[in-house]
Design a protein around this ligand. Structure first.
Ligand code: HT7
Ligand code: ZN
Length: 885
């Protein structure tokens, strides 16, 4: 495949002002008629000479061209050139209309890109380059057009016909068919086009905007899911209000629709006025979806809705700028979730995810900047770096400018660029201009890959009462980038005295103390800050709220970490101190395991957890977070060479020891919370979610004891609860226990009861795929034969193969390489069916450098086997070849 470079970007030769589409949908093929009103791009016309106009090169793949006409002149084969991805013609005037008809086959499209069928429903996925599988077009985000779409289909099978914009007209046709026309008045790139045809029901509501316009809201689902839509509808209305209040952004069409589909490559898609969602990100009710699933629905509904401004009204000039819309929108949805739920818990969850997964990506063969310089396949660049690190970059701008300055910047950005396709530079420029600041050095966050390291040293001068912090930043080499220049790192910090009080902060040279806690902007490779009037040696609380995506190191003792856990005024850093303490303790256990010594858990960790459990005044959500040990994946990420077995053994040993040592306080907490759950029934509010989370963590520790009393509690919860949060947690701890009979019974009853609900069956697969007990691979192989499993459904692939390879590290990384072989076999099978899903499943194999030489060989051998397996999609080829380079 060809490599595409950002430096080669050129504005399009032609623009498309109007796009008129007619779809004729049939069972064994579909026809697409496109009428495009095209003109020469004035920006490119300056150099036009007598030599005539440049050729028009349209994108098109897997299309059967049936007819073509330019300004009513029918074109024959000699009038154009066709290859497998382009149609090239020679315009004779600078403005013309092009009519084409193509035949396509949505009924056999397993890649789920372009127009395809999910079950009986027709639907589309056009981002990033799927529209070219629907018709010949300038399929690039800087070509923006109005769209009018007519759909014709059999009335009985497809009573609902939807596209972007507002409904214009509809009617019946002969032969049991009908039609509907939709018009989208907002210019948009083709990646935001959508079409749906199916037998769907909808839940309807309305939203009155800040300017008193009434917007119709509709969520379409298959009839059996109509009772699972209310939560998404509530989330949508909250999102619409929040975007008005926090960003001043009002919705613009008369109608906003969401459609749930079962077969979808990602979470959801922000098509203008017609969002299409993976059903897992829309459907939620207490009996079938966990608290986490409810929160994900709320977050994804918000994310896609927010794209209406950050992505649709202002879009990307080219796909290298993807983080312009994705990083910004992830930041917006994270802030929304923080406002709707617990701010600190949301930040903890996001940072834990970033540090475990994005930091690993940034340290691996696919490391790339937030704004990549090149790619082979753009679908591979919907990455944690573009999304999550991109959101951290926007968050840092927010931290540096403050909430008010940031809002001034976004107001200017939306005003200046409404209706345009722009770049990350344009976003930063709006921030600069609105605030009168310069962010030139800051922009290195967009162009340099890798996670910066920040080493901190302290010194206290008791006589002068000064306290100095020296910061040294560096960034490891990443593919194509050996040397890195210093980043601007916003460092939020505070200093604590011996009683845990915050000290007023005055830097040397400043007139007066600037309050307690502040943000320093680090700009140099090495920089020292001296605080004055510091009466005693303080304890620093650094990188509060994780104010920058860096790896910070400061030589805290375990006692200091315990002190911060109790006294830091920053909730995030209280959790962070607990995590650092756990990491130190677990690393000690890992070393003991490696030396063949008996494992001994530092009792200070048990004491810290005991204190947390004993303090009833603490927020239960925070206690739950703080009682959760760092994951095996995180322990892997921070290891130089990950010792899979030692990490697993150390963490399991810690869990058993804690479960036994704190059995009574855990049982007391568990019983109190479970009693409340029974008393109130399921309530989807933050305080109840927190209570259930703590209850379930307590249950998982209690089950480590192996006591019959714990099993009894677990079975009572499994059998008698009224919601999926309690039921699935009980099932998960049973699955990970040694109570074989109880486990088998529970799994069987669960599957029997929920066999017709695919999303619940996904959870059933995942819980088993993640079980770290011996024999994991064999269990997964057996589950692949289950009638509910199919490689054609991405949710099933993620639930079983993905959960096994990403969450069951001790089984996936079996010393004989059978886990690697299993994954490679399925990547090869998926490559032919769905290249995007195939390439995403490859991620764990790309991390081979983290492991011992024997595992490295085995992992590389599987990557090489994939490379040699035949015709590879560009998606899989790019990841495999870069991983082996
Ligand atoms: N903007 C959407 C991206 C997306 C996508 C990309 C590649 C292949 C399939 C896809 N489905 C959706 C999702 C979002 O970030 O909102
Ligand atoms: Zn997005």
């Amino acid at each position: 495949p060809k490599v595409i470079y950002l430096k080669d970007y050129q504005a399009p030769e032609y623009l498309i002002d109007e796009t008129n589409l007619t779809f004729e949908l049939y069972e064994d093929h579909s026809l697409v008629h496109a009428q495009l009103v095209i003109r020469r791009n004035p920006e490119r016309a300056a150099g036009d000479s007598g030599a005539g106009l440049p050729p028009l090169v349209l994108d098109g793949q897997q299309l059967e061209l049936l007819s073509l006409a330019m300004d009513d002149r029918v074109l024959g084969e000699g009038d154009y050139q066709l290859d497998d991805s382009h149609l090239t013609l020679q315009p004779v005037s600078s403005q013309f209309t092009l009519d084409s008809t193509v035949r396509i086959h949505p009924e056999s499209n397993t890649a789920l890109e372009g127009l395809y069928k999910s079950g009986t429903m027709f639907c589309t996925q056009c981002e990033a380059e799927g529209f070219r599988k629907i018709t010949y077009y300038l399929d690039r985000p800087d070509v923006m057009s109005t769209f009018t779409t007519t759909i014709t289909a059999e009335q009985h099978r497809y009573p609902v016909l939807l596209s972007n914009g507002n409904p214009m007209a509809s009617g019946a046709e002969e032969g049991g068919r009908h039609w509907a026309t939709w018009q989208d008045p907002f210019k948009k790139p083709a990646y935001l086009f959508a079409l749906v045809a199916g037998d769907l029901w909808c839940v309807e509501d309305t939203f009155t905007t800040m300017n008193q316009r009434e917007v119709a809201l509709r969520i379409y689902v298959e009839p059996e899911n109509i009772d699972k839509v209310q939560h998404a509808m509530d989330s949508l209305k909250k999102s619409m209000r929040w975007d008005e209040e926090v960003y001043g952004r009002e919705y613009d069409l008369d109608i906003f629709m969401i459609v749930a589909v079962n077969d979808f490559n990602m979470g959801a898609m922000e098509n203008k006025g017609l969002n299409i969602f993976n059903s897992s990100c829309v459907l939620a009710k207490a009996e079938t979806a966990t608290d986490a699933a409810h929160q994900r629905v709320e977050a994804v509904v918000a994310h896609e809705y927010f794209h209406n401004w950050s992505g649709n009204r202002v879009t990307c000039r080219d796909w290298f700028q993807l983080s312009l819309k994705e990083g910004f929108t992830v930041f917006r949805d994270a802030e929304f979730s923080a406002d709707m739920n617990s701010r600190t818990v949301k930040r903890i969850e996001d940072v834990a995810f970033l540090r475990t997964n994005q930091f690993a990506e940034d340290a691996g063969p696919m490391a790339h900047p937030v704004r990549p310089d090149s790619f082979m396949e753009i679908s591979n660049f919907y990455t944690l770096t573009v999304y999550e690190k991109g959101a951290e970059v926007v968050r840092m701008i927010h931290t540096l400018l403050g909430a008010e300055g940031f809002r001034k910047g976004t107001d200017l950005y939306f005003e200046r660029h409404d209706g345009q396709a722009v770049t990350c530079d344009d976003f930063v420029k709006a921030m600069e201009d609105a605030n009168g600041v310069e962010l030139t050095q800051f922009k290195r966050w967009y162009s340099q890959s890798g996670t910066p390291r920040l080493q901190v040293e302290e010194s206290y001068d008791a006589q002068a009462k000064t306290y100095s912090l020296t910061f040294r930043q560096s960034c490891p080499a990443t593919p194509g980038q050996k040397e890195k220049a210093p980043f601007v790192i916003p460092l939020a910090l505070g200093l604590l005295d011996g009683k845990g009080n915050e000290l007023p902060l005055r830097l040397q040279g400043e007139g007066a103390a600037q309050g307690v806690g502040r943000v320093l902007a680090l700009t140099e490779a090495e920089q020292c800050f001296t605080f004055v009037d510091i009466p005693e040696r303080p304890l620093p609380s650094l990188l509060r709220g994780f104010s920058a995506p860096v790896k910070l190191s400061f030589p805290y003792s375990r006692d200091q970490l315990m002190f911060l856990m109790q006294h830091d005024s920053d909730g995030f850093n209280r959790w962070e101190a607990g995590q650092q303490l756990s990491v130190q303790v677990l690393q000690e256990l890992i070393a003991q395991h490696q030396k063949g010594e008996p494992l001994v858990l530092d009792s200070r960790l048990v004491k810290a957890f005991d204190t947390l459990l004993g303090d009833e005044s603490l927020d239960q959500a925070m206690v739950a977070e703080m009682l959760s040990l760092p994951s095996e994946a995180y322990l892997t990420e921070i290891s130089e060479v990950a010792d899979v077995e030692a990490i697993h053994a150390a963490r399991e040993f810690a869990r058993v020891t804690i479960g036994e040592a704190l059995y009574q306080p855990l049982l007391a907490r568990y019983r109190a919370n479970r009693a409340l759950s029974r008393e109130t029934g399921y309530i989807a509010e933050a305080a109840h979610i927190a209570r259930r989370t703590l209850q379930n963590i307590a249950l998982s520790y209690l089950m480590q004891s192996g006591k019959a009393e714990a099993l009894e509690a677990c079975l009572e919860q499994f059998n008698d609860c009224d919601n999926m949060t309690e039921r699935l947690s009980a099932l998960a701890v049973l699955v990970n226990s040694a109570f074989e009979q109880a486990k088998a019974d529970a799994l069987q009853r669960f599957a029997e009861y929920f066999k017709d609900d695919p999303l619940v069956m996904d959870q059933w697969f995942s819980v088993q795929a993640g079980c770290g007990l011996p024999g994991g691979l064999e269990r997964v192989q057996e589950l692949m034969k289950h009638p509910a499993f199919t490689l054609k459904n991405p949710n099933k692939v993620r639930a079983l193969i993905g959960a096994f390879a990403n969450q069951n590290l001790v089984n996936f990384h079996r010393a004989d390489g059978a886990g690697y072989r299993f994954l490679a076999d399925h990547v090869i099978a998926l490559n032919a069916l769905n290249p995007q899903i195939a390439s995403r499943q490859l991620t764990p194999l790309t991390r081979w450098r983290k492991y011992d030489t024997s595992r490295q060989q085995l992992m590389k051998a599987e990557l090489e086997r994939i490379l040699a397996s035949g015709e590879l999609s560009s998606d899989v080829y790019e990841i495999v070849s870069k991983s082996l380079a």
